[in-house]
Design a protein around this ligand. Structure first.
Ligand code: UD1
Length: 420
């Protein structure tokens, strides 16, 4: 067990470099298995979700070799083995092996994926897509194993009921080795999906329209080896920028694609928060008069649900009342209890609506991370709080924020991890 200890109230200055996007790399690593050759992925973030995926590759007899932030993946001896339940449960993205193994072997047996407890997180849209491509699916209630079988995968028209990120990527995986063309409508439009499609196209796939709501995938017989760079993590960047808006003094967040943070910058504009964009860097300082706002998380390019919990901390420092609505997940308010313990004044109307009254002074105390982005919100709270904050269950946070302690210490935070 590890805990994060923060002595809050320090001003942060200097540069924070952003790593590769978690939500991209967790799909790019499984995607490499679609190739019949060796693939390279660069700018891989050092997060524990990546480690869990590498453990899964070992089970599937795939060789990996890391050099700094680049990984070589050799899946020439890929074996279609069932991934143990505890590994599948370690992360949500284990579901990507369903699409990949179905495409390669036309037969998959898999446990239900895990991930943060931020909602019910069904996979019905993934399964409906696989079925439309020709897979027969059964679920064993006792063992919890899903079995997918297909004689052949045949391209077809699939319309998602909801623009799910995971279902869009998983259906792209299954369809890129199917015969014929798949037209995926109401697809998710996230930049991470373009990153995955670029990797597959580098392998020889024929995917058009990634980043729009209609993606066309013309199936090919085989995919070759390819290289891809993971795009910068817009959620990690957004988290540090919000910290900068509260305690920064020319804090620069570097190595990012600022256009990918437009939804956050629109909110900064409404809140009166100033920032300076230059190429791949954004510089920000403490804003002394943060204005309250109304905010609703939405599918891309709306305000990202993954920045919803972090922005709730920023709103505790606004001068007035803000209204917040979460529309993607139904259990993303677990951090609120801990923010209120620290002195915030956040009223939960129900599981998805809150009213945040600011400004409130926060005081350090012992709190628990309950999920990845909620945990990041607690780190933000600890950094601005008076006194010492101790955060338990930090494994959630390390799933998605690489070198968190080093990055924050380097710019002046008093933060450390201890073993307990
Ligand atoms: C991905 C991201 C996650 C982010 C989310 C929304 C990864 C690894 N994770 O999660 O950080 O919060 O996108 O931007 O990329 N749904 C169904 N049936 C399905 C699939 C989804 O009903 O089969 C619903 C979910 O319950 C949820 C909504 O669709 O309400 C969004 O889910 P989805 O976009 O699939 O999220 P993930 O891909 O799991």
């Amino acid at each position: 067990m590890k805990e994060i200890i923060i002595n809050g109230g320090k001003t942060l200055s200097g540069n924070i470099s952003i790593g590769g996007a978690k939500n991209s790399v967790v799909a790019l690593i499984p995607a490499a298995l679609l190739s019949s050759d060796i693939c390279n992925i660069n700018k891989v973030p050092n997060i524990s979700d990546k480690d869990a995926l590498i453990d899964i590759l070992n089970i599937l007899n795939v060789k990996t070799n890391f050099e700094n932030t680049s990984v070589t993946i050799d899946s020439t001896n890929l074996k279609n083995t069932i991934i143990p339940e505890d590994l599948s449960q370690k992360l949500r993205a284990s579901y990507y092996f369903m699409g990949v193994l179905l495409a390669k072997f036309k037969h998959v047996e898999m446990y239900f994926p895990g991930g943060c407890n931020i909602g019910t997180r069904p996979i019905d849209l993934h399964l409906k897509g696989f079925e439309a491509l020709g897979a027969k699916i059964s679920h064993n209630e006792k063992t919890h194993i899903y079995t997918l079988d297909a004689q052949e995968l045949i391209g077809t028209r699939i319309k998602l009921d909801f623009a799910s990120v995971g279902a869009t990527i998983n259906i792209m995986f299954a369809a890129c080795l199917a015969s014929g063309t798949t037209i995926l409508e109401n697809a998710a439009k996230e930049i991470e999906i373009i990153n995955i499609a670029d990797f597959l196209n580098n392998m020889g796939a024929k995917i058009k329209g990634a980043g729009t709501s209609t993606i066309t995938i013309e199936g090919v017989k085989k995919l070759k080896g390819a290289t891809i760079d993971v795009i910068p993590d817009r959620i990690e960047a957004g988290t540090y920028l919000m910290i900068g808006a509260m305690i920064g003094d020319n804090l620069s967040v570097c190595g990012i694609e600022p256009s990918q943070l437009k939804a956050l910058f629109d909110k900064f504009d409404d809140m009166g928060i100033k920032y300076k964009i230059s190429d791949d860097k954004v510089t920000i300082s403490k804003c002394n008069n943060i204005l309250p706002i109304n905010i609703k998380t939405l599918v891309y390019p709306g305000f990202p649900t993954d920045l919803g919990q972090p922005i709730s901390v920023l709103l505790t420092q606004a001068n007035g009342t803000s209204y917040f609505e979460e529309t993607i997940w139904e259990n993303r308010m677990q951090h609120v209890k801990y923010l209120n313990m620290m002195g915030a004044n956040i009223k939960l109307q129900d599981n998805t609506h809150s009213i945040i009254n600011g400004p409130t002074k926060l005081k350090g105390c012992h709190i628990n991370a309950t999920d990845l982005r909620g945990g990041a919100a607690l780190v933000m709270a600890g950094l601005i709080a008076e006194g010492t904050t101790t955060i338990s269950n930090i494994e959630y946070i390390l799933r998605g924020y690489e070198n968190l302690i080093n990055k924050l210490s380097k710019v002046g935070a008093d933060i450390k991890i201890i073993d307990v």
